[in-house]
Design a protein around this ligand. Structure first.
Ligand SMILES: [Zn+2]
Length: 194
């Protein structure tokens, strides 16, 4: 992807988040922890999205965890992005690809916005072989491009969260209410119910 479009898209993404984040507090969010506020205080004071970001996840199939800073001073920490990508690998084939780091930014926002400590990941990268064996998986799934995550947020209405995603995620949002997960990707803007 050319750098120009990366920058433009990033502006679009963060601009949309800014527009979406004011100052409503969704009823389903757990707001008891004082540390969780949205938008981030740093942003309000300095009009600056945090340049230090972390993600804490568990990949449910292997029970492997990732809990690290992945951005410092506004730059992605390459070994952390690699480790995150490995954690979310195709566990059936033990095969990994670099995941689009914007996915980590989505998770970072979810940590903050919904006061969630650990987010469960059900699927990240998939090989074509694995994807072809999965019931209901799209042939040209964004998972094949290491551009998608299937996630579950514990103890929240995931359907309501998915609807909220659509207001600030520039990409794909798929709701799977019966399977208790939500699909997020950095592909074209679209949404569906599975
Ligand atoms: Zn998915």
């Amino acid at each position: 992807m050319p750098m120009r479009s990366v920058i433009d898209r990033r502006r679009l993404l963060l601009g949309a988040i800014a527009a979406a984040g004011l100052p409503n507090s969704p009823a389903w969010a757990e707001t008891s922890a004082a540390a969780c506020t949205w938008p981030p205080p740093d942003w309000i004071e300095h009009k600056n999205f945090p340049s230090r970001r972390w993600v804490k996840i568990v990949f449910v199939h292997t029970n492997e965890r990732f809990n690290e800073l992945y951005m410092e001073d506004g730059k992605y920490v390459v070994p952390a992005v690699q480790k995150f990508s490995w954690t979310c690998r195709d566990f059936r084939e033990n095969s990994w690809q670099w995941l689009n780091p914007y996915l980590m930014d989505f998770l970072f926002i979810l940590h903050w916005k919904y006061c969630k400590d650990e987010i469960s990941i059900l699927s990240g990268y998939r090989t074509p072989e694995t994807n072809s064996k999965l019931e209901g998986a799209a042939l040209n799934s964004q998972h094949l491009r290491a551009n998608a995550l299937d996630i579950h947020l514990p103890n929240v209405d995931n359907e309501a969260v998915a609807k909220d995603f659509k207001t600030f995620i520039y990409g794909g949002v798929g709701m799977y209410p019966l399977k208790h997960f939500t699909h997020l990707d950095c592909g074209p803007l679209r949404s569906w119910v599975g």
